[in-house]
Design a protein. Structure first.
Length: 266
């Protein structure tokens, strides 16, 4: 039997607190049924571009009903295997078309945002290659916008290259930002200063534990120096905060850690 969370965290914080749709090794609907009563929002993981791995139209209808039942919001994590900056124009076209299909499929869920990875698939030390990649990414993002995707509907997530590049894409297109704090910690980027710099553009935050260069762990793995500033930083944040872990054990310990951290601060 699958364990359920011991208490509700709904409406406890200024932001919408949530987690991923893969806490239990079950499908989308089953995860929402188990998580929906306890949290404000669920990050629906659509990690593969194969349409057979996406929720079916019937499942989307069930998710809509469960969202109403539990006063639950969703946000969407778009596939990881998309490359909007690929050198092959056919690959870029396929990536853009996949985003458009998922935007249409999930529109009825009224997601808070669709989070998009922009993987760097060229040598980061090759300045000319990086320049070309950045131009291709910008063109693909403009194609999405020209095809009817409102810029405010998509958030661009920071990965393993300077977050300033994401900010430049945001400035040029109007797309929003997803701040993945775990990714910043892995690369030893100062999180408070980064958040304050971009907070007006951030719609969603991914938070997870980091230890010895490994991320997506329980928050309990965070060192004090990487966690004590979190409550002060987020006390005025009103967007989506996703505890981006992938097991019940890591979620339960993350929620307990986060709650104690917040209560000590306030």
């Amino acid at each position: 039997m699958n364990p359920t969370l011991p208490k509700s965290y709904k409406d406890r914080f200024p932001f919408r607190l949530g987690t991923t749709s893969y806490i239990y090794p079950l499908g989308y609907v089953a995860n929402i049924e188990l998580l929906g009563p306890w949290l404000d929002e669920i990050e629906l993981l659509l990690f593969e571009s194969r349409s057979s791995s996406w929720p079916s139209p019937a499942e989307v209808k069930e998710l809509i009903a469960l969202g109403g039942k539990y006063s639950l919001r969703y946000h969407i994590h778009l596939p990881l295997d998309l490359s909007l900056g690929h050198a092959n124009p056919h690959m870029r076209t396929a990536a853009v078309e996949t985003v458009l299909r998922l935007f249409e499929l999930t529109a009825a869920l009224s997601p808070a945002t669709l989070t998009l990875h922009l993987p760097l698939d060229v040598d980061s030390a090759d300045k000319e290659a990086v320049h070309g990649w950045r131009q291709r990414v910008l063109e693909s993002l403009m194609q999405l916008s020209d095809s009817g995707v409102p810029p405010h509907a998509v958030s661009l997530e920071n990965l393993d290259y300077p977050i300033e590049w994401i900010d430049e894409f945001s400035q040029q297109t109007g797309f929003r930002m997803c701040l993945d704090i775990g990714h910043l910690l892995v690369h030893q980027v100062k999180v408070p200063a980064t958040y304050r710099r971009y907070r007006d553009k951030i719609d969603v935050i991914h938070l997870h534990g980091v230890r010895n260069g490994k991320d997506h762990l329980s928050l309990a793995e965070l060192r004090d120096q990487d966690s004590l500033w979190i409550p002060e930083l987020l006390q005025t944040f009103t967007g989506s905060l996703s505890l981006e872990v992938f097991s019940y054990k890591d979620l339960a310990s993350s929620l307990d850690f986060f709650e104690r951290l917040w209560e000590r601060a306030f």
